[in-house]
Design a protein around this ligand. Structure first.
Ligand code: ADP
Ligand code: X15
Ligand code: MG
Length: 393
């Protein structure tokens, strides 16, 4: 990589602001998958072993610039402390006098986790004042938050203009592994896109049509395609601003000879709950007051067959609401097909990684990336603002 990493700079005795992605899935305040925290351990240990004072910052969820009690980073601090086997101090804010005082008290090798940076409206706006306030806490900036590297925010991009700025070991590893897989992709190359961040996911499909041989669509973005075709989609997720656009995708894929796969059947439910009434229906028969939460059995078979024939599979976004028992089968089937194939498998995304771990198939995948949206944008060939802002070698 042409960017400096923590290995290229002096860290001992320094106050180091490390942006991590501790946006881990939570259920009733408990962390259901700690992959993203575990993946930052090499960077944190590298720094503490060399006597750096480590100040960690992360976002959690999308609190939209205000304090949301359920989105505090306290559970992440506790889990990190268990994993590191040493105390991790937790601040109740991310900037200000109380935080400055906590930083001043840090001894070499200590670790402090700041509060959710998205509690501040300036974070997502990349406000230079907030970036400066972060920078005042430290002597060196390290970005290890690959999962948020596609966001130009104050703690991922702005701060890098105020301090020496280098990558962490996870960031470095992600860019290297994904870069290798995508530079000369083995073919057939299959991209699988699902999940709930519908606008973000639809935005990458245009580029995927240019690079992949098969595109598999599942999860929350499927229904925008069905609505565009004029089908009833009930209460399912939809992006009403992109109905024309998604029709264009299918035309473009056909023109390029790309196999564009949409679900043929779905599991609908009358509630977002583990004890909902559910049924399987063809995609053009979703009842008006029901919601589609998963792909159906025919789709599972179709997708598994395509995956089995692929040499490179990049998957981001669950096929359904895998967290709930009645809606987990689509994601499970795709995970099993990825685990069984001899092709190279890259699974990306906080929730996709959690799904693969839930089905105990993590060790059957070639690479589990901590970034979903980030890995898709990297794959598109887009420059990631959180990487661009770092110092060149
Ligand atoms: N049909 C659906 N309707 C509602 N939510 C869905 C649907 N399919 C998948 N999801 C949800 O998508 C979420 C993950 O989305 P996203 O964050 O985009 O994926 P990732 O973290 O892997 O990048 C999961 O929590 C899952 O419950
Ligand atoms: O969870 C994340 O991305 P992912 O859901 O694509 O894995 C990252 O933490 C980025 O979060 P964001 O999409 O709210 O900016
Ligand atoms: Mg996610």
């Amino acid at each position: 990589m042409s960017k400096k990493s923590i290995r290229d700079v002096e860290v001992s005795g320094k106050r180091v602001f490390v942006r991590v992605d501790f946006n881990v899935p939570l259920e009733n305040g408990k962390i259901t998958d700690d992959t993203r925290i575990r993946e930052t351990l090499p960077t944190i240990r590298y720094l503490t072993e060399r006597g750096a004072k480590v100040i960690l910052a992360s976002h959690m969820g999308r609190p939209k610039g205000q304090v949301v009690e359920e989105l505090r980073l306290t559970p992440a601090a506790e889990r990190l402390s268990e994993l590191l086997g040493k105390p991790v101090a937790k601040a109740n804010e991310a900037i200000g006098d109380a935080v400055k005082a906590q930083v001043a008290k840090l001894k070499d090798g200590d670790v402090l986790l700041l509060e959710n940076v998205r509690f501040y409206p300036g974070e997502e706006k990349n406000d230079p004042e907030l970036a400066k306030a972060f920078a005042e806490l430290a002597d060196l900036y390290v970005n290890d938050a690959f999962g948020a590297a596609h966001r130009a925010h104050a703690s991922t991009e702005g701060i890098a203009h105020h301090l020496p700025a280098v990558s962490g070991l996870l960031m470095e590893k992600e860019l290297e592994v994904l870069g290798k897989a995508l530079n000369h992709p083995d073919r057939p190359f299959t991209a699988i896109v699902g999940g709930a961040k519908v606008k973000d996911k639809i935005a990458v499909i245009e580029k995927l049509i240019e690079i992949a041989d098969n595109i598999i669509i599942g999860g929350g973005l499927s229904y925008t395609f069905f609505k565009a075709k004029g089908y009833e989609i009930g209460k399912s997720l939809v992006d009403n601003d992109r109905l024309e656009l998604v029709l264009e995708f299918e035309r473009k894929a056909k023109e390029k000879g790309v196999n564009f796969l949409l679900p043929v059947d779905v599991v609908v439910g009358d509630a977002f709950s583990a004890d909902a009434n559910t049924k399987v229906v063809p995609v053009d028969a979703i009842p008006a007051d029901w919601e589609a939460f998963d792909i159906g059995p025919k789709t599972r078979e179709l997708y598994a067959r395509t995956i089995a024939e692929s040499k490179l599979i990049v998957w981001n976004g669950p096929m359904g609401v895998f967290e709930l028992e009645p809606y987990k089968n689509g994601t499970k089937a795709v995970a099993e097909a990825c685990a069984a194939t001899s092709g190279y498998t890259v699974i990306g995304g906080g929730d996709s990684a959690a799904a693969v771990e839930k089905f105990q198939l993590g060790d059957k995948m070639d690479h589990i990336s901590t970034g979903g949206g980030a890995s898709l944008e990297f794959m598109e060939g887009k420059a990631l603002p959180g990487v661009v802002a770092l110092n060149d070698k």
